[in-house]
Ligand binder design. Structure first.
Ligand code: HEC
Length: 127
């Protein structure tokens, strides 16, 4: 009887941990094939594309030092793209981005926010 209770406790804990999205893990699953495990645009699949995936660690440097959060999130979910944007990159907004969380006053899918936060955390100076 006791053992069962402990087991259920462990399972419940596991479920909780799974629900919070790990941005790095999400990146490895959804983006690394094209953008590279280091996000610098050297993924195995990315190398085969006509239009090379850009370095995602210099987004802030290329934007005057400010990380372009809105641009990044809308690029990922496919909301903000013009005709010149490569069709190779999937529109992730069509898939499941997880439950909606509030970022300030803005509702954002948890997975999208985790991805943007992860990218922001790996920004570096342009070479
Ligand atoms: C199938 C390949 C592929 C996958 C998978 C992919 N991308 Fe991309 N991504 C591209 C390409 C190619 C571009 C360049 C598009 C263009 O500029 O026309 C791009 C552009 C971007 C940009 C704009 C960068 C800039 O400098 O303006 C961001 C941000 C981005 N990707 C993030 C992501 C994230 C986050 C994921 C995972 C959720 C992802 N991408 C998955 C191929 C891919």
């Amino acid at each position: 009887m006791k053992k069962t209770a402990v087991l259920i406790g462990v399972l419940a804990l596991g479920a909780c941990v799974e629900e919070t999205v790990d941005g790095r893990q999400a990146f490895m699953e959804d983006c690394a094939a094209c953008h590279g495990a280091d996000a610098r645009g050297s993924g195995e699949f990315g190398e085969m594309l006509i239009k090379q995936p850009p370095d995602l660690t210099t987004l802030a440097a290329r934007n005057g030092g400010t990380f372009p959060t809105d641009y990044v999130m809308s690029t990922i979910d496919g909301f903000h793209r013009d005709g010149s944007f490569s069709a190779a990159m999937p529109e992730f907004g069509a898939g499941d981005m997880g439950e909606t969380i509030m970022v300030g006053a803005t509702p954002v899918p948890a997975r999208l926010w985790a991805l943007a936060s992860y990218l922001q955390s790996i920004q570096r100076e342009a070479e």
